[in-house]
Design a protein around this ligand. Structure first.
Ligand code: ZN
Ligand code: CU
Length: 493
């Protein structure tokens, strides 16, 4: 049998292929042409413009960061260093009820929309305008987007400390429908925050109604992650059942010392609900959380590190209790004087983090905060930390399962068509990494550091990062909800 040489743009030879499905690795060559994976197998009869010798290193689908606040970052810093250096090839923006679009601010962004930037960062009154801006910026990674409930509230309401009226809900629905028609992946909420806490469940249920027809989903930073977490989970299930949509619980955690050790109970609740309806969750691999400074959490029972403060930027990196001692005031008073501010909360138990992270329903999402001058290290480290620290060093889960939680599970749940697997015909989002070297380098003290062991990253077939350097090519673009997402998403939950 003779064989004509086949031609590819890129040939990656001799890789241990982790295909994203959770299957154990197998030795394969992979060929890429015109942005797609065109062949997988023994491709010794192929020719290519560029041949990469994998030499037994791991080749996986590019990682999908399902939980980001990169809405404005993908436009203002399109090189996306914190993500491309981790092997992330797609980010999902618009989480926790806050999105950069559709937004028309009347003043300064309400908390926590200020996590996305200051007033001038919000320039997209329609979702279509946001999509255009993303594509014009040519980000290094692909961008999928959720629409934030709080963002919609800020458009339609004069004040956020009350329930929306039926007219205001109608206004929000119209804006959500425009976004869904332009490819948004779904609706997110951030019910724990002051700007959405007054929204009753019925408001969210009504707003979620258009999602099902679009094949979209509902994600939620729940009403609480503290003692009443089971009630908050029930609320999330109820919205999903009412609107007939899949639900993703964001950054699932047992927050606060009185709540530590309850992850078993929490996961039991999740499993029970999963027998009735499609539900999953994401989490980041750290036992500290981060957001804006919430005075309700300044109780003195946990350490809180300040990461930024508008009136007192010099206090970044210090504990609230140290600042309070320095000023000779209570912690609550110190917290007040620091506002507006950002914080890292030392509020989880490691045992709970491990139990939630290793659960089969859990995806990996960084929840990184790119506008924070002293960001929680999850921004630069989440994915390599799962691979290196948790999968390899702590043996918490097999490497192929860790990869599945960052790739196929994420793509199916969010309706990202033809991504998340190394599969013929799929988009060539790929990462080549060294399983023995991969590790996060970002720490709480020095958080802005590229991970180790991420050797090459392709986005839509274009080599974008290699041996610690960006190539200068930025090949990402906006990704709309996939046509096949509805069936896939249900199948994957
Ligand atoms: Zn959140
Ligand atoms: Cu978040």
């Amino acid at each position: 049998m003779h064989s004509h040489p086949e031609a590819a743009d890129t040939l990656i030879v001799g890789a241990q292929l982790y295909d994203g499905t959770g299957a154990p690795p197998v030795e394969r060559d992979v060929a890429v042409r015109d942005g797609r994976i065109v062949a997988i197998g023994n491709l010794s009869n192929w020719l290519a413009e560029e041949v990469i010798e994998a030499e037994g290193r791991a080749l996986a689908p590019g990682f999908i960061d399902v939980h980001t606040h990169d809405d404005t970052h993908v436009i203002r810093s399109p090189q996306m260093l914190p993500k491309i250096t981790q092997g992330v090839t797609t980010v999902i923006v618009g989480n926790c009820g806050i999105s950069a679009s559709p937004v028309a601010l009347k003043g300064d962004p309400p908390d926590p929309m200020n996590l996305l930037g200051e007033r001038d960062a919000f320039q997209y009154p329609t979702f279509a305008e946001y999509v255009k801006a993303v594509n014009a910026a040519r980000p290094a990674v692909n961008v999928g987007a959720l629409i934030g409930h709080t963002a919609l509230r800020s458009n339609q309401m004069d004040r956020l400390d009350r329930a929306a009226t039926p007219q205001e809900i109608d206004g929000m629905r119209t804006q959500l429908e425009e976004a869904l028609a332009n490819g948004a992946l779904g609706l997110s909420s951030g019910l724990a925050y002051g700007s959405a806490f007054a929204a009753p469940t019925e408001e969210v249920m009504a707003l979620a109604e258009p999602l099902a027809a679009a094949g979209a989903l509902y994600t939620t930073h729940m009403r609480t992650e503290f003692d009443a977490i089971l009630d908050a989970m029930d609320e999330a299930y109820r919205v999903g059942r009412h609107a007939h949509v899949p639900v993703v619980i964001s950054h699932l955690k047992c927050a606060g010392p009185s709540n530590w050790g309850r992850s078993e109970e929490v996961l039991k609740s999740l499993e029970g609900a999963r027998r009735m309806q499609p539900i999953g969750c994401d989490c980041y691999p750290y036992n500290r959380s981060s957001s804006t400074l919430d005075l309700k959490q300044v109780t003195g029972d946990i350490d809180i590190t300040i990461t930024w403060s508008e009136p007192h930027p010099e206090m970044a990196g210090k504990l609230v209790k140290e600042i309070a001692a320095e000023w000779g005031v209570t912690q609550q008073e110190a917290g007040k004087r620091l506002q507006p501010a950002g914080a890292v909360y030392h509020n989880m138990s490691e045992e709970d983090v491990r139990r939630i992270l290793s659960h089969p329903a859990t995806m990996v999402g960084s929840d990184g905060l790119p506008n924070d001058p002293l960001p929680h290290p999850r921004l630069w480290g989440a994915f390599p930390r799962v691979l290196g620290h948790y999968a390899r060093d702590a043996a918490l889960l097999p490497l192929e399962e860790a990869v599945r939680k960052m790739t196929s599970l994420s793509a199916r749940r969010f309706g990202l068509a033809q991504r998340g697997e190394v599969h013929i015909g799929y988009h060539a989002d790929l990462v080549l990494f060294s399983p023995d070297k991969v590790l996060d380098a970002a720490t709480f003290e020095k958080p802005q550091q590229a991970a180790h062991g991420i050797d090459a990253v392709w986005v839509n077939g274009v080599l974008s990062y290699r041996d610690g350097e960006v190539t200068g090519e930025r090949a990402g673009h906006f990704v709309a909800r996939g046509a096949a997402s509805k069936g896939d998403a249900h199948g994957a939950f």
